[in-house]
Design a protein around this ligand. Structure first.
Ligand SMILES: C[C@@](CO)(OP(=O)(O)O)[C@H](O)COP(=O)(O)OP(=O)(O)OC[C@H]1O[C@@H](n2ccc(N)nc2=O)[C@H](O)[C@@H]1O
Ligand SMILES: Nc1ncnc2c1ncn2[C@@H]1O[C@H](COP(=O)(O)OP(=O)(O)O)[C@@H](O)[C@H]1O
Length: 314
């Protein structure tokens, strides 16, 4: 598990890359006494990445770059810093580290960028400090940081139950091409779940372990058309209630022949499944032309979870 540091001049640097995600299926049960909703979800990791770079520092410090860096908290609430602190406490380490996040995943966009940062920071600190934690130990720390963080570690395709943190790998064949329509204003996950409650009955009514059989079958077969038909998000009506303009984005992607289109997680990012890389470009151009997205990203999935990457940035 321990990874070598890459020396740049005299500076040791560990760079870890972690993916964003889309929930291909997201089935939500009724709120439980602890205030959380049980889920059955099928996660796919996609090629929109966060890089977290660990370098020497006094104490635990953080910086962030990227188009939406100004939206990311850099205080103690930042998930990457919380991850570093959790790992240091667990492993009894009192060395410092500076973490720099190069952010590409939309902030508060329903693509789990903060969770990717936390997963990447766990792996980066483990390698940087030579802590040598096992996968199980990292997973345990990840689950303590947030429900989507364990998936940020494992990536690929997985079924999440519990709060999404209990993961079972899912078979998936082939590559899927995505277009993500990003909005500059995020949607708070807490608000979307609260709206889900307010719209009582908006859920699928089919909450349970067998909810996504068609979806899982499509993935096993590598059948993008069938996958497009099976995409499902129980939070979508709530996200649309809070951000009605998303209906136009969904319709615009549908109009240009997307195989399927849905709100990603708690939104407001809209994910459209394309037939091919070229078709993804066509959908992206149409969404931009229609003015229904502030930024359009294209990506493929599934991709691996957080990993130390060999070559540091130039
Ligand atoms: C919706 C999902 C789907 O993967 O991700 P995003 O699309 O936001 O990335 C997840 O369930 C995001 O889970 P998580 O990352 O734990 O959400 P948090 O921001 O910690 O939760 C904020 C608040 O949302 C509500 N919440 C969250 C998760 C859950 N299963 N039930 C809930 O009711 C709770 O009120 C909680 O206090
Ligand atoms: N490293 C981080 N990157 C982004 N957001 C973070 C981070 N740490 C904490 N947050 C907080 O978490 C909120 C949502 O996180 P994010 O993962 O971007 O979206 P989502 O939960 O919709 O997938 C942000 O609005 C921000 O306040």
């Amino acid at each position: 598990m321990t990874q070598p540091r890459v020396e740049i001049g005299s500076q040791p640097e560990v760079r870890v890359r972690a993916p964003g995600k889309v929930n291909l299926g997201l089935r939500v049960g009724a709120r439980e006494p602890d205030g959380y909703h049980p889920l059955v979800t099928v996660f796919q990791a996609v090629s929109v990445y966060e890089d977290v770079v660990a370098t020497p520092g006094d104490g635990l410090t953080l910086s962030v770059s990227g188009p939406q860096a100004h939206l990311v908290p850099t205080d103690e609430t930042n998930l990457a810093l919380r991850a570093a602190r959790a790992l240091a406490e667990f492993a009894g380490i009192d060395d410092g580290v500076h973490l720099h996040i190069e952010k590409s995943v939309p902030v508060a966009g329903g693509m789990a960028g903060g969770s990717a940062d936390a997963a990447a920071a766990l792996l980066a600190c483990d390698a940087f400090w030579g802590a040598g934690l096992s996968r199980d130990q990292l997973h345990e720390l990840a689950a303590g940081l947030g429900s989507d963080v364990p998936f940020g570690l494992v990536g690929h395709t997985a079924i999440g139950s519990g709060r999404g943190d209990v993961l079972t790998p899912a078979l998936s064949r082939g590559e899927y091409h995505w277009v993500f329509a990003v909005r500059d204003v995020g949607l708070s996950t807490a608000r979307v779940y609260a709206e889900f409650d307010a719209l009582a009955g908006a859920g699928s009514g089919a909450f349970g372990p067998d909810s996504d059989l068609e979806l899982l079958q499509a993935l096993r077969a590598g059948d993008a058309t069938a996958l497009g038909r099976a995409l499902r998000n129980d939070l979508q009506p709530a996200a649309l209630e809070l951000a009605p303009e998303l209906a136009e984005t969904l319709a615009a992607a549908d109009d240009v022949g997307a195989l399927g289109v849905l709100v990603s997680g708690s939104g407001p990012t809209v994910a459209a499944l394309a037939r091919s890389r070229a078709h993804a470009q066509v959908i992206g151009a149409a969404l931009t032309a229609a003015g229904v997205a502030d930024t359009v990203l294209t990506a493929v999935g599934p991709v691996p979870g957080a990993r130390v990457i060999a070559s540091p940035s130039p």
